[in-house]
Design a protein around this ligand. Structure first.
Ligand code: FMN
Length: 193
């Protein structure tokens, strides 16, 4: 199953367009499950929600539906995240999603030395981003890569980017189309930012 986590907001999102083309390319025979974050009822953890969740985790009671996102993430074979570059990072709803899925016992555990050990099944996570100016990965792709590979057990994280889309003089439509045309090559290359 390919899990598509769509954090795009705009109706004509260019990031979503590239992500959908990627899924068409990699997901010919797979079941695709899209989670459009802006249409989900995801809330950041406040004290009440955190205490409730902590109690369920301590009781080893993972049947509650608040854990559905985490279970779905853990069992996906491939993960695609689309995230426009916002304020040097990504939309807050995506951070809220991470907060909701990062459940110790479902996506990650600590080993006997206190080191995190990922429990997620996915071999690959694709991170698709578009940016208005030059793309800087420090607080978006680099963070997601570290989370995915070092904590969640996902073997490889791949960046797909289209940048300079809002700069006068740049052909934004052409950049997006070129990115889509090049996807076949981009997904084979080693990620360099
Ligand atoms: C709230 C907001 C914050 C943004 N912050 C940045 C930024 O920090 N750097 C940048 O290069 N572009 C920034 N942009 C421009 C977007 O990254 C760019 O327009 C992107 O292609 C939008 O993706 P979309 O077409 O999928 O919505 C921002 C746009 C918005 C709406």
């Amino acid at each position: 199953m390919i899990l598509y986590i769509n954090s795009c907001v705009r109706h004509n999102s260019r990031t979503n367009k590239i992500a959908k083309a990627l899924i068409d390319l990699i997901g010919k025979n797979d079941e695709i499950k899209e989670v459009k974050l802006s249409e989900e009822n995801l809330l950041p953890l406040n004290e009440e929600r955190l205490e409730y969740r902590t109690r369920l985790i301590e009781e080893n009671n993972f049947d509650n539906r608040i854990f559905d996102y985490a279970k779905e993430f853990a069992k996906a074979d491939t993960i695609v995240i689309s995230a426009p570059f916002w304020d040097l990072s990504f939309p807050a709803i995506l951070k809220t999603y991470f907060e909701n899925i990062y459940v110790t016992g479902l996506v990650s555990v600590y080993d006997e030395k206190g080191q995190p050990k990922g429990l997620c099944k996915a071999d690959k996570l694709y991170y698709v981003v578009t940016s208005g100016g030059p793309y800087v990965p420090d607080y978006s792709f680099d963070y997601v890569k570290s989370l995915a590979e070092d904590y969640l057990g996902i073997k490889e994280t791949k960046l797909i980017k289209a940048e300079m889309l809002d700069v006068i003089g740049y052909d934004s439509k052409g950049i997006v189309e070129d990115t889509i045309l090049n996807l076949k090559h981009i997904i084979k290359e080693k990620t360099t930012v």
